[in-house]
Write a protein that binds this ligand. Structure first.
Ligand code: NAD
Ligand code: MG
Ligand code: MG
Ligand code: MG
Ligand code: MG
Length: 342
């Protein structure tokens, strides 16, 4: 085991670090709407920066917030919270760069652009990160309930000597210190985030599901049974782990499932998978993945679009759409529809 991280709570934060300061929240998507409203409810001066004609402008105004252009918002702000998509951030930065004065802070919710050198803030500007470990609608919901979403805090550059206190106060104002704010670095946050979503969460889980589904269907079992076993039940298992760790899950499933899982899990996810995970991690660490993704965007995403289509056309998607239609819960309005964890 390596060293444990430092975790800050409400008592460690000092809200006066934001006194007299204005925060410009750039973007009003998943994170943007939550940060802006939580800051506002916490009594912090907030202005939302959105392009003319942005469809989010009305939403932000209806939520009672001041809205102006990104350049104008940055001009008013002491802290610029960059919450537009990661691929858009370098362009946004070039637009607002002239408005960042010495002592202002550029704040992120993910380290990609700083860590991989896509944004190189001018000297004298503090660079920090408060990254809630959850999608924006949860950050907002937790705050409204008087609870908080855990978050990460990192300081990349502290020119003023105030960057830490300010970032922690921001974390408190959006509710994160109510749960706990873990100290990290831009490098650690970026590399672990990319690795996690590629190897385990988004990439790993979908491949495991598809491979399990295909194995059953190829062996002659019905697609409906394969869908339930390999995809639908995933949520039930993950919920148990979320609540009680691996042990909570093992305690809840049958002894047969526990013995089968403990003896067969590492037959499927074996040492090859570990070696492949190490390769994926190296590609992240060496910037190979970042270069590939930046180039992909510059070329208008040819591989991305192709892979997305192939995934949409996988048989399991059609089976699932039909089966989910049978459940009442599938008809509830989905407030998370346009929001993603990653
Ligand atoms: P998002 O895609 O939900 O929202 C982006 C918003 O930016 C849009 O609503 C719009 O207001 C604006 N926008 C979109 N395209 C634009 C463009 N071309 N030019 C200018 N503005 C544009 O973004 P998000 O998921 O909230 O991500 C924001 C940041 O938060 C990213 O750095 C992301 O990595 C990080 N983050 C996201 C989550 C999450 O769950 N979504 C969690 C932690 C950190
Ligand atoms: Mg300024
Ligand atoms: Mg500052
Ligand atoms: Mg079963
Ligand atoms: Mg991510």
């Amino acid at each position: 085991m390596t060293e444990n991280a430092t975790i800050y709570d409400d008592d460690d934060a000092d809200s006066t670090a934001l006194d007299g300061k204005t925060v410009a929240v750039m973007g009003y998507g998943s994170q943007g709407h939550a940060h802006a409203q939580n800051l506002d409810d916490s009594g912090v001066d907030v202005v939302v920066g959105l392009r003319e004609g942005s469809s989010s402008r009305d939403a932000a105004r209806e939520d009672g917030l001041d809205v102006t252009t990104p350049v104008d918002a940055a001009a008013q702000a002491d802290i610029v919270s960059v919450l537009v998509p990661d691929t858009v951030q370098p362009d946004l930065y070039e637009q607002i760069r002239g408005e960042l004065d010495e002592g202002d802070t550029l704040q992120f919710a993910h380290g990609f652009n700083i860590h991989f050198g896509q944004i190189e803030p001018d000297e004298g500007v503090d660079v920090t990160m408060i990254a809630p470990k959850g999608p924006g609608h949860i950050v907002r919901r937790d705050y409204e309930r008087g609870e908080g979403t855990p978050g990460l805090l990192a300081v990349y550059r502290d020119s003023t000597g105030e960057a830490w206190d300010e970032a922690l106060a921001y974390g408190q104002a959006i509710g994160c210190t109510r749960a706990g704010v873990i100290e990290t670095s831009f490098r650690e946050e970026t590399e672990t985030d990319l690795f996690g979503e590629q190897a385990v969460l988004c990439g790993g889980v979908t491949e495991l599901i598809k491979m399990g589904y295909e194995t059953l269907v190829d062996a002659g079992y019905s697609p409906e049974m394969a869908y339930f076993e390999c995809l639908n039940e995933m949520k039930l298992i993950v919920d148990l782990m979320y609540e009680g760790g691996l042990g909570g899950m093992w305690d809840s499933v049958s002894d047969t499932a526990e013995f089968g899982g403990l003896t067969r899990g590492d037959v499927v996810v074996d040492d090859h998978a570990r070696e492949n995970m190490e390769t994926v991690l190296e590609q992240v660490q060496q910037g190979e993945f970042a270069r590939e993704w930046i180039t992909e965007n510059q070329a208008n995403r040819p591989s991305y679009n192709q892979l997305r289509n192939a995934e949409k056309n996988h048989e399991i998607e059609a089976v699932g759409e039909r089966l989910r239609g049978l459940f009442a819960w599938a008809e509830e309005p989905d407030e998370t529809a346009d929001e993603t964890e990653e």
